[in-house]
Structures are given as structure tokens and as C-alpha cells.
Design a protein around this ligand. Structure first.
Ligand SMILES: Cc1ncc(COP(=O)(O)O)c(C=O)c1O
Length: 453
């Protein structure tokens, strides 16, 4: 079948009449010949379109209820200098989760004021680097961090802009959300009172920030999960955060200006899956925020969000070369064809880590062969080294074929490892019929250079 492949591929993925696939106007066979495999291929136009889509959808929806929005691209999903620049050019700010991500955003020319720094265990060096760069917000994650940020700000004679990350008890992911009072996880400060009653850790942190002249309390932050497909979770979290905001105002007279509702917007990983639609979620969340503020009689805060996966996930694919192909007879008599590729869990840990599902297709040619039940596996010494658990591939799949896995733009390269001392693949951007290496392939010499013997 020729034409645009559609969900879950990026907009620029097209099967040509000769059977090969192109992305961003570049034939995958040329990409493989020029850059080798495995390679992460990033469709720049698709990334930009999704970044714009989120910015426009949220700006429009919140303007309608009377407030503004900042969209922070969550760099943890994938951050390279070029990617940070694209995000900025499309009107997004950049959310970082470490000193390394901060350094890349700064190298890209993102102004400090448009960068946020997250982390449940930031080092002093990371906090200091953020303050020296004049970041727009440090999202504090614990009571001790309030003191540490204040001390480092005092040493510099600056006032640090901070948000307090709270845990709302709302967890979301996939199609559902759940709500619990107490949270058993490492992030944020709970809005529920501790075992001895009294102020919640979240309220204690807010009060501590308000009390410190070296800190400016910008707002309250909440992130409820990932791959969320149901807006109800965001609305429930907004309710908790806005109640806390009103409670703080009652206590102290300080009505914080901003509320960050985090990231987690879900995408399609498989054909037929329906991704979260940004216009719809933006409208739903905006009207919920407006209604909740009206209930509290408080003016609307400025809102920020932090999408990562939804911006970069669908824009990426991973290009592999097929090696060993091995049919295995299952207990129920079915045959599963194990298709080994030249990468695996070191370039995409998500199937092994979370059981994440992906979709793959042969992309160097088309085939009329009867499809077979296949499992795409990597080349690592680990039986859990699965790239795609289950997919139908043409029965004549063979060594040398090019195979692409869709929607690997988020948390592929950024979670990659050197397991088995494999070298990490390059990140190659495609746009307007040309390709460009954003991050070069690691070499064995790179690995040997780190090993001091
Ligand atoms: C605080 C925070 N913001 C944003 C994100 C981005 O999430 P996603 O890529 O699912 O949009 C994450 C992901 O873990 C996060 O922890």
C-alpha cells in the first residue's frame, strides 16, 4: 500500500510506489546507507507541528477563560541542542531534570528565564548552575531543598524563583486515573496531612518558601503520570492544587500566580490507537480550572504544562537492520518468528522496563508474502531484550531487511544505555528531503576512552 502510513508514524512517513518508505522526504534506504543502523530518525516538521499544536491549543483554550499559558517542552523525553532550539522557535520553553539537560538547553541558546529545573535529588552544583543561569523556576521537591535553594540563592545575593511540586493523590496513565490520599513515591510533597495531623508537607513547604526572603514563590506544580488518555486525571489534580492555592491565600494572603499541571499527554504507539487530542484536553482542562477558581472565588492563575512524549514521541522512529530470523513453535502450536535487529534494549528500554508496546514495519521494501506473527528482539544477552512484543510482519522477512519501529522519539535515546558495550545510535533529523546528524553515533573508541584501565 502506498501513501502516508498514518498513526502511529510521524506525519512525514510515506510508503512510495516502489515499496520503500521515506520520512521527511528522505528514503530510509539512503538514511541507512549514509548513517548506518540502528539510528534514531527524527521528523523535524512533525516535532514542530506538534509543539505548535500544543502551544496553540492551550493558549487558545485558556485565553477563552481569561488567562495565559506557558508550554514547557519536557526535555527528559529527548533533548539535543537542535531539539531545544526547535522547541524554542515554536514558542515553547524548556523543562530540564538535571544539570546535563540544563547545559544542553543553555547551549541551544534558550534564555535562562525560559528554563525550569526539576529533580527530586538535585545536587548543590545543579541548583547553583540553575541560579547562575537565571532560570525562570526551580521546582522544589522536598522541605530540605527549600533550605538548600535558599542558602545557595543567599550566597549569590539573588532571589530564587521557585515552585513547589506537590503530590495530589491523583495518578493517571493509560485510560484510567486513580485517586488516593497518601502517596508512596519519591516525588513531590503530599497535600495530605502526615500521621500526626497538622499541615500537609505541601503546605509546610509553601509556608517555608513564603517565609524565606531569598525565595520567590511562583506557584504550585503537579505532575500526575504519563501516557494519560483521559482528561479527568488533570481535572482532578487541578482541583486539588487550586484548593491548596486558595488555602495558602487564606492563611498568608499570598495568592500564587502560577499553577503547573505537568506533562503526561498520551500518544498512539500502535495502529488504530487514538492519541489524546490536544484541542479537546486543553478545552476540558481550561473550563475545569475556570470553574474551580470560580468556586473558590480566586482569580485564575497563569497555567503551565510540560508535554514531552506528545511533542517528540511520534516524530521519531528507529531504523534497524534485520539479522537472524528464527521461527519458534509455541506451546499452543502457533509459530512465532523471532526477528533479531542490530539494536535492542540499549536503544529502547521501554518494552523491557514497562512492557511498552510498539509497532514495526519493513520499510526498505514492500512484500506480498503472507504475514506471520513476529516478535522483534534485540541483540543483547538478555531474554527480556524485546523491541516489539507482537507484530505481523511479511513471512519473507530476512536478514538485511530494514525495519522501522514507530513512535520512538520519546524516552528512546534519552534512556539509552551502553549495555553489552553497544554504542548508542545517532539522532538523525530529516526535513525537506535532507538529513542531518544531531547527535553522532558513539564509537567503540568513545567507550574505550572512558575506560582508564
Ligand atoms: C515533572 C514532569 N514533567 C513532565 C514530564 C513529561 O511527561 P511526558 O513526556 O509523559 O509528557 C515528566 C515525565 O516524567 C515529569 O516527571
Amino acid at each position: 500500500m502506498t501513501g502516508v502510513l498514518g498513526v502511529p508514524w510521524s506525519h512525514g512517513v510515506v510508503r512510495r510506489a516502489d515499496g520503500a518508505v521515506e520520512v521527511g522526504g528522505v528514503d530510509v534506504r539512503d538514511l541507512a546507507a549514509e548513517h548506518g543502523t540502528p539510528a534514531y530518525v527524527l521528523d523535524e516538521a512533525d516535532f514542530r507541528a506538534r509543539a505548535r499544536g500544543y502551544r496553540t491549543a492551550f493558549a487558545t483554550a485558556f485565553a477563552e477563560v481569561g488567562t495565559g499559558v506557558d508550554v514547557y517542552y519536557a526535555g527528559k523525553a529527548l533533548l539535543t541542542v537542535a531539539v531545544a532550539r526547535w522547541a524554542r522557535e515554536e514558542g515553547l520553553r524548556v523543562d530540564t531534570a538535571s544539570g546535563g539537560e540544563l547545559a544542553v538547553a543553555l547551549r541551544a541558546g534558550v534564555p535562562g528565564a525560559e528554563i525550569g529545573l526539576h529533580g527530586n535529588n538535585k545536587s548543590d552544583a545543579e541548583i547553583a548552575a540553575a541560579l547562575d543561569a537565571g532560570v525562570g523556576r526551580i521546582i522544589v521537591d522536598s522541605l530540605v531543598e527549600v533550605d538548600r535553594v535558599a542558602a545557595l540563592a543567599a550566597a549569590r545575593g539573588v532571589v530564587a524563583p521557585v515552585m513547589v511540586r506537590v503530590t495530589t493523590g491523583v495518578h493517571a496513565g493509560g485510560h484510567e486515573y486513580i485517586s488516593t490520599a497518601h502517596e508512596d513515591q519519591k516525588f513531590g510533597l503530599s497535600v495530605s496531612a502526615g500521621p500526626t495531623g497538622g499541615d500537609s508537607p505541601a503546605m509546610q513547604a509553601l509556608l517555608a518558601v513564603v517565609a524565606r526572603p531569598e525565595l520567590h514563590l511562583l506557584g504550585i506544580h503537579s505532575h500526575i503520570g504519563s501516557q494519560i488518555l483521559d482528561p479527568a486525571g488533570f481535572e482532578a489534580a487541578a482541583r486539588v492544587v487550586l484548593r491548596l492555592r486558595a488555602g495558602l491565600a487564606d492563611r498568608t494572603g499570598v495568592l500564587v500566580d502560577e499553577v503547573d499541571l505537568g506533562g503526561g499527554y498520551g500518544i498512539a504507539y500502535l495502529p488504530g490507537e487514538v492519541p489524546l487530542e490536544e484541542d479537546r484536553i486543553a478545552k476540558d482542562v481550561a473550563s475545569a480550572v475556570a470553574a474551580i477558581c470560580a468556586e473558590h472565588g480566586t482569580p485564575l492563575p497563569r497555567i503551565s504544562i510540560e508535554p514531552g512524549r506528545a511533542v517528540v514521541g511520534p516524530a521519531g522512529l528507529t531504523l534497524y537492520t534485520v539479522g537472524t530470523v528464527k521461527p519458534v513453535v509455541l506451546d499452543d502450536g502457533r509459530v512465532r518468528t523471532y526477528v533479531s535487529v542490530d539494536g535492542g534494549m540499549s536503544d529502547n528500554i521501554r518494552p523491557a522496563l514497562y512492557g511498552a508496546d510498539y509497532h514495526a514495519e519493513l520499510v526498505g521494501r514492500s512484500s506480498d508474502a503472507e504475514p506471520v506473527l513476529a516478535r522483534v528482539v534485540g541483540k543483547h544477552c538478555e531474554s527480556g531484550d524485546v523491541v516489539v512484543h507482537e507484530v505481523m510482519l511479511p513471512g519473507d522477512v530476512r536478514a538485511g531487511d530494514l525495519l522501522a519501529v514507530a513512535a520512538t522519539g520519546a524516552y528512546g535515546r534519552s534512556m539509552a544505555s551502553n549495555y553489552n558495550l553497544l554504542t548508542r545510535p545517532p539522532v538523525v533529523a530529516v526535513s525537506g528531503g535532507a538529513s542531518r546528524v544531531l547527535v553522532r553515533r558513539e564509537t567503540t573508541d568513545d567507550l574505550l576512552a572512558l575506560d582508564l584501565g
